[in-house]
Design a protein around this ligand. Structure first.
Ligand code: NAD
Length: 486
């Protein structure tokens, strides 16, 4: 059985408390290994190592040298592609086609893209005449913030962690990662990669554990942490922001969503059905950008509901490495209970269950896994729980609408503002509606298509700040001004 250790100052270490917890495979609930929970002593040691590393060889590297090292990190992830794939799949149960096309390649690309971006990063400069007739030149200098705490969720463990660690390191910071307690493996494996390519000790650290009274809280409340970047639930984001308030430490928050798809009658029907199928059910609906509210214009409502039902019913659950598997399990028993409680609520609140609504029939050896059926509801009012709250499962509610104004108002009437997608062949309408939806990310006739140079982040209760391309550097560096008189 695997022993999953903390990675502090270049070493894999256990803990002083002797506390451990289990890492289980959500496909069949089998035990993967034992995780050593980091307590305060381990969080303190990781932050101390990260702080010391800022002054060590890492802090003295030129941008070119740093970029070269991060390129090597990306290459080594690709060289060990199968190890990362096995680890990510063991923790999440996601189908191989997904992990091998999305999670692992993006994990490597996140080091590559930010290494490339930082090479071309410029700052501003201004020249002015002084009152005594001389000249003054002001110029900006970007410096690393220092020690960055990176607190991560479980839905895309390597991808979302490196989306933060990549730019943080490119900017010359050091990091302490707190992976989700559900998915500790790939962050730990990355420690081996860092050692292999010669990233100095203490630059990349990993502490395992939970939130309150555990690694998450010890890390985010540590006074020597200079910035906290977090992806996860909005409720946890509130706690992180409160932790950051002590010591006036900046936070970057990528939080929950209740994303809508707007399907107009003039859309390319097949594109809309295929894309909404992906946005509702991919990764078993455990994608922050996923769709849980679908609004379909009345003339095509019945046809669309029937087509999405047919698609949902082809999503075959199964083992990650089976070629015909279309959907994996949820990440944990706890999350399965949460999603099933929403399935029950929808029923209690009077939903018409178009398909799903429970646990699929599975073979005996998978019966103990965290499975739920892809589920579609209709007939609920806008005030229903599954229309307002984030479920984070493979499910959606579909409502009819008549006018553009009506659908925009319904979509915006939600506390979240992460992402949306609009399906129409009328380009004027698409652009008009896109501007009105209160979200950070809007797709037209597509979904999840990403150019890593573009800003990523949420509006309203879906987050604070933007990451991606040069936007990441706003958080991971501090811009100083130097003025020279001559
Ligand atoms: P979560 O908030 O429960 O946990 C995220 C991380 O925070 C975990 O590592 C957890 O241990 C830690 N944590 C919990 N309480 C803490 C505390 N008080 N102090 C410090 N750390 C603490 O989220 P989750 O269930 O892992 O992930 C699912 C959520 O993440 C969904 O709401 C989803 O929408 C959101 N998400 C958002 C984005 C985005 O880009 N906006 C991306 C992926 C997931």
């Amino acid at each position: 059985m695997k022993e999953i250790k903390n990675f502090i100052n270049g070493e894999f270490v256990t803990n002083t408390s002797g506390k451990t917890f289990e890492d289980r495979n959500p496909v069949d609930n089998s035990l993967i290994g034992t995780i050593y929970e980091a307590g305060k002593p381990e969080a303190d040691a990781a932050v101390a190592a990260a702080k010391a590393a800022l002054k060590g060889p890492w802090g003295k590297l030129s941008v070119v040298e740093r970029v070269k090292m991060l390129d090597e990190v990306a290459k080594e992830i690709n060289r060990r592609f199968d190890d990362f794939l096995q680890a990510e799949i063991a923790d999440t149960g996601k189908p191989k086609h997904l992990a091998s096309h999305v999670d692992i390649p993006r994990g490597a690309a996140n080091f590559q893209i930010f290494a490339d971006t930082i090479k071309n990063m410029s700052t501003e400069s201004f020249e002015m005449r002084t009152p005594d007739g001389k000249t003054a030149l002001s110029y900006g200098v970007r410096v690393p913030r220092g020690v960055i705490a990176v607190v991560c969720p479980w839905n895309l463990p390597l991808l979302l962690m490196t989306w933060k660690a990549g730019p943080a390191l490119a900017c010359g910071n050091t990091v302490v990662i707190k992976p989700s307690e559900e998915t500790p493996l790939t962050a730990t494996l990355l420690g081996e990669v860092m050692n292999k390519v010669g990233v100095p000790k203490g630059v990349y650290n990993v502490v395992h554990g939970f939130g309150p009274d555990s690694a998450g809280a010890f890390l985010t409340s540590h006074p020597d942490v200079n910035g906290i970047t977090f992806t996860g639930e909005t409720r946890t984001g509130t706690a992180i922001m409160q932790a950051g308030a002590v010591g006036i430490r900046p936070v970057s928050l990528e939080l929950g969503g209740k994303n809508a798809a707007l399907v107009f009658a003039d859309c390319d029907f097949q594109v809309a059905v295929d894309t909404v199928t992906r946005s509702c059910f991919e990764n078993a609906g455990q994608v922050c950008l996923g769709t849980e509210r679908v609004y379909v214009q009345r003339p095509i409502f019945d046809k669309f509901v029937a087509a999405l039902k047919e698609k949902a019913e082809t999503m075959k659950p199964g083992r990650p490495f089976d070629e015909d598997t279309k959907i994996g399990p949820l990440v944990s028993k706890e999350h399965q209970r949460k999603v099933l409680s929403y399935y029950q609520k929808a029923k209690d609140e009077g939903a018409t269950i178009v398909t799903g609504g429970g646990i699929p029939e599975m073979p005996d050896e998978l019966k103990d896994g965290c499975w739920v059926q892809p589920t579609i509801w209709t007939g609920l009012p806008e005030t229903a729980s599954v229309v307002i709250e984030e479920v984070f499962g493979p499910c959606c509610h579909i409502s009819p609408f008549d006018t553009e104004e009506e659908v925009v108002e319904k979509v915006n009437n939600n506390a979240y503002g992460l992402a949306t997608s609009i399906y129409t062949q009328d380009i004027s309408r698409a652009n008009r509606v896109a501007k009105q939806i209160e979200v950070g990310l809007c797709w037209i006739n597509s979904w999840f298509l990403r150019d890593l140079r573009t800003p990523f982040g949420g509006s309203k209760q879906s987050g604070i700040g933007r990451e991606g391309g040069v936007h990441s550097f706003e958080f991971y560096t501090e811009l100083r001004n130097v003025m020279l008189k001559y």
